[in-house]
Each structure stands twice: as structure tokens, then as C-alpha cells.
Design a binder for this molecule. Structure first.
Ligand code: ADQ
Length: 465
């Protein structure tokens, strides 16, 4: 019974439901995966997030509403080498085109392989012969091959949430061929956009000499075929759009509106990460104020950026740089009753973000490179259709392929950003509505549920070995 095969999801971290059944309440990717797991009585396997002195070899399991979460702890050395090291200091920068930040250390590469092997070893006894296995993201690229080495013949799929870099950059990774060869043990490979998919296929053709069928995405090497396709991820539309009705969202909206009064609020919401283009964004805003000093009274910029990956050096540096740049703009432009940049170093609930997005007439989403970027879609989903705000979006976010009716910018250019801010501030209602109407259909229809269904339909259909 293919349609009813049990689903096993594997990701670096697992959203373990809280005691009061939080699994049903969470939105986004975790919510969608939980819904798919619920339908198929599945298992979600990954790291607990706990660092321990000595690994015990134990798996903690918990079953809520038919979904079992199974987690393992990792040792400090594993976390240093696999997570902070190879995943976040080698693969993450390289895949975001940041060769200048990528570190190539033999030890962390070994740690990455060791932890993937450990995931395979701990996961194997949990997988039944008819299960369909779906592995997520750059932390776990070789896991499918490790499971095959243990004799698993199940359908196994892999989805990459981040970009795939052009071949000329990718070959700077030591042992790049070894890593990509492991990917050809999956039945199905998913990428966010056609652009990343094409880069991957180019690599397979030119570096591995694989036979590639561009129409079907079939990659054949040494008699084995893997299918690679693009599956653009979306937001949990039903969950997110319903947040607008909550008191929490309304309060957040009011709070921002009353504190900005007659000024237009422009918002950015990002994890504090160098891929998100935050210093470049502040340079664009500074250029805007330089060009239009009379408009300092028209605009307040709110940047919400909770720190992430704080054990990695480049993340400490970006934080310090941002604080300096925000301070410089405010130092030069503030009045006793006016601070142009509000930089907030914390996270908010999705309901609060909904309210902030709704209160902001401009959404600024300007990553230097991003697999997709869900904030762009959330910003649009939170707008009032009668009086929508304007999305300014980086051309280099995967989301730009679907959201071409946003105001597209080159995030590296302060002039381009400054110009886009002026266009957005002055955009008449008719044009704002027209753009919004062109954009909102894909945000609503190409949502996280259809993404899950599309990927799993193709994985179910992939030939069992
Ligand atoms: P991220 O790099 O984390 O994800 P993104 O898609 O923008 O990027 O955000 C994911 C979620 O985090 C969104 O739901 C957003 O609301 C939330 N978030 C971001 N900043 C927040 C804040 N300050 N407070 C509270 N919540 C915040 C990776 C890839 C992306 C890809 C996603 C999903 O890098 O390109 O879109 O996975 O595949």
C-alpha cells in the first residue's frame, strides 16, 4: 500500500511537542511535517539539541497524536565538528557563495561523516521495510548513502533548504566529488528553485560525467538513477493568515503603529546571519537618508534579528558590525523625539510578527543569497488587501523566482536599495494593490502543505529498489 507507507522524517533538529500538545499549534515547516507525519503515523528523528559529555547510545522517544519523535544527544566534540564546524562553517558559507568565510578543516569533515554515520546507526532499527524516508538539509547530505550501506532498500528522499552553488564555487570544497556521489543514492532530490537545481545538474554532468536528462531531472551514474527536481517551499497559509484574528497580532500591530505615529514603518525580520544582507541593508538606508535628508521624519526602520549560531566566529562579527552601523545611522540622524533605526535583538512569535508586518507599509527582505526566504511570503500574507504594503525583495533570494512583482533589488548596491525605498514610500495605492494581487496567489496556493504533498507524491512514486 504505497500511499499509506509510514513516513520517517529526519532533520538535524526535531520539533519535540511540548507537554501541552504544542505540535498542533506550531506553524511553518515543523507544522507541515507534523501534519504529514500525523497522516501517516510517522517518526521524526534527529538531534535533541543537547550536548553531553559522553554519548549513551540512547534514543529518547515520545509519541503524541500518533507522531513519534526520536532524538539522540551529541557529544561536545560532535557538536563542534559536525554542527558548528563542517555544517555551519564550511557548507553554509560555501552554499551561500561565501568562499571568503568557508573554512576547510579535515577534522570537522571527519566529524561530519562520523555524526552522519551515527545518525544512520541509530536510525536503522527504527525504519521498517515499507517506510518512506525523507531527509532534510545540508547537515545530513551523506545520510542516505550511509543508510544504503546498512542495507536499507526503502524509498529515501532528500530536500536541500539552502542554495546549491555554481560548479566553479562548489569545486573549492575538498572531496566535493565524494559528497555529491553520496547524493546519488537517494531516489529523489529536492531543491528550492530551478536555479539551484540547474547548478546541481551542471555539476553532475561536468564533474562526475553523469548522464543528465534536463526535462525529467534524471541523473544516471554507474547504472543507478536519481531524480532531481525543484520544489519551492511555501508558508503554512491557513495557519499564518488566521493569526491576523488573534489578540496577540492585533496588539503587536497597535503597538508598532502607535509608536511610529505619522511615520511609515519599514520592517526587516531575519535570523542574524551574514547571508541575510543586514549590514548592506543598513548601508542602503543610510544612503536613502543621505539623498533625502528631508525624509528622515517620514520613515522608521525596524529590524528584528535574533542572534543565531553564536558559537561560530563569523556570527559574532556580523552582530558587532550591525550594532556599529545601526548606531552610526542613529547617531547622525536622531532627534530628541526621533530614532530612525530600531534594531531589536530578539525573536517574536509568529502572531506578533504578523502584527508588525501588518503595521509596516514596507517589507525589506534583502538577503545576499537565500534558498527561498519565507519572511517575504509571510510579509505579503499579513497585508491588508485593501491597503497593502510594498515588498522590497532581493533578486538573489530563491523567492524572487516566484515573486517577480515585488520591487526587486540588488542588495549589494546602496543606490539600488535607496531608490527602491523611495519608490516604495511614494507608491500610489492602485499600484500597491495591483502588485499585491499579482503576488498573493502564489503565496496562498504554493504553500507548505502543497510542497509536502508534491515532494511525497514523487517520492512515493519513485521505484523501490
Ligand atoms: P532560514 O534561513 O531560517 O531558513 P527564512 O525562510 O527566512 O530563513 O525563515 C524561516 C522562519 O524563521 C520564518 O518563518 C520566519 O518568520 C522565522 N523568523 C525569522 N526571523 C525571525 C525573528 N526575528 N523572530 C521570529 N521568527 C523569525 C532556511 C533557508 C531559507 C528557507 C527556509 C525554509 O535559509 O532560504 O526559506 O529554510 O526552507
Amino acid at each position: 500500500m504505497r500511499e499509506t507507507s509510514r513516513l520517517v522524517v529526519v532533520s538535524n533538529r526535531v520539533a519535540v511537542p511540548k507537554a501541552r500538545g504544542a505540535a498542533g499549534a506550531q506553524g511553518g515547516l515543523a507544522g507541515a511535517l507534523n501534519a504529514a507525519l500525523k497522516k501517516r503515523s510517522g517518526v521524526w528523528f534527529g538531534w535533541s539539541g543537547q550536548e553531553v559529555e559522553q554519548q549513551t547510545g540512547e534514543i529518547s522517544t515520545q509519541t503524541t497524536d500518533g507522531v513519534t519523535t526520536a532524538t539522540i544527544d551529541l557529544s561536545k566534540r560532535d557538536v563542534d565538528e559536525y554542527y558548528n564546524g563542517y555544517a555551519n562553517s564550511t557548507l553554509w558559507p560555501l552554499f551561500h557563495y561565501r568562499l571568503d568565510l568557508a573554512e576547510y578543516e579535515r577534522e570537522t569533515g571527519k566529524g561530519y561523516e562520523r555524526v552522519n554515520e551515527r545518525f544512520a546507526q541509530m536510525l536503522e532499527p527504527l525504519v521498517e521495510p515499507e517506510d518512506v524516508v525523507w531527509i532534510h538539509d545540508y547537515h545530513l547530505i551523506p545520510l542516505g548513502e550511509r543508510l544504503r550501506a546498512r542495507g536499507l532498500k526503502n524509498r529515501i528522499g532528500f530536500f536541500l533548504h539552502i542554495p546549491w552553488p555554481p560548479t566553479r564555487l562548489f569545486v573549492s570544497l575538498p572531496f566535493h566529488e565524494r559528497l555529491v556521489r553520496t547524493m546519488l543514492h537517494y531516489d529523489l532530490l529536492g531543491f528550492q528553485t530551478k536555479e539551484w537545481l540547474e547548478s546541481f545538474l551542471h555539476y553532475c554532468r561536468t564533474e562526475l560525467g553523469a548522464e543528465v536528462d534536463d526535462d525529467s531531472g534524471a541523473v544516471t551514474l554507474e547504472g543507478r538513477t536519481t531524480v532531481a527536481r525543484a520544489y519551492p517551499i511555501g508558508i503554512d497559509w491557513d495557519h499564518f493568515s488566521a493569526l491576523g484574528e488573534t489578540g496577540e497580532a492585533r496588539q503587536a500591530q497597535q503597538r508598532l503603529m502607535s509608536s511610529t505615529r505619522h511615520r511609515t514603518a519599514m520592517i526587516g525580520v531575519d535570523r542574524l546571519d551574514y547571508s541575510k544582507g543586514l549590514p548592506e541593508r543598513l548601508d542602503g538606508i543610510s544612503r536613502f537618508f543621505d539623498r533625502h535628508p528631508d525624509r528622515v521624519r517620514d520613515l522608521v526602520f525596524v529590524q528584528v534579528a535574533p542572534p543565531s549560531r553564536e558559537d561560530v566566529e563569523s556570527y559574532k562579527e556580523i552582530r558587532a558590525l550591525l550594532e556599529r552601523k545601526a548606531g552610526q545611522i542613529n547617531g547622525a540622524r536622531s532627534e530628541v523625539d526621533l530614532v530612525p533605526v530600531r534594531y531589536v535583538n530578539r525573536g517574536y512569535s509568529h502572531a506578533q510578527l504578523f502584527g508588525f508586518f501588518r503595521a509596516s507599509k514596507i517589507g525589506l527582505v534583502t538577503p545576499l543569497r537565500d534558498g527561498m526566504n519565507l519572511v517575504a511570503k509571510e510579509y505579503l500574507a499579513a497585508q491588508d488587501p485593501k491597503d497593502p504594503g510594498v515588498l522590497i525583495l532581493s533578486r538573489f533570494a530563491g523567492a524572487a523566482a516566484q515573486l517577480g512583482d515585488a520591487v526587486l533589488v540588488n542588495p549589494h548596491s546602496p543606490d539600488d536599495l535607496s531608490h527602491a525605498i523611495r519608490i516604495a514610500l511614494d507608491m500610489p495605492l492602485a499600484e500597491r494593490r495591483e502588485r499585491y494581487e499579482k503576488l498573493i496567489g502564489t503565496v496562498r496556493d504554493d504553500n507548505v502543505q502543497s510542497w509536502t504533498e508534491d515532494f511525497l507524491r514523487d517520492l512515493d512514486a519513485a521505484g523501490a529498489r
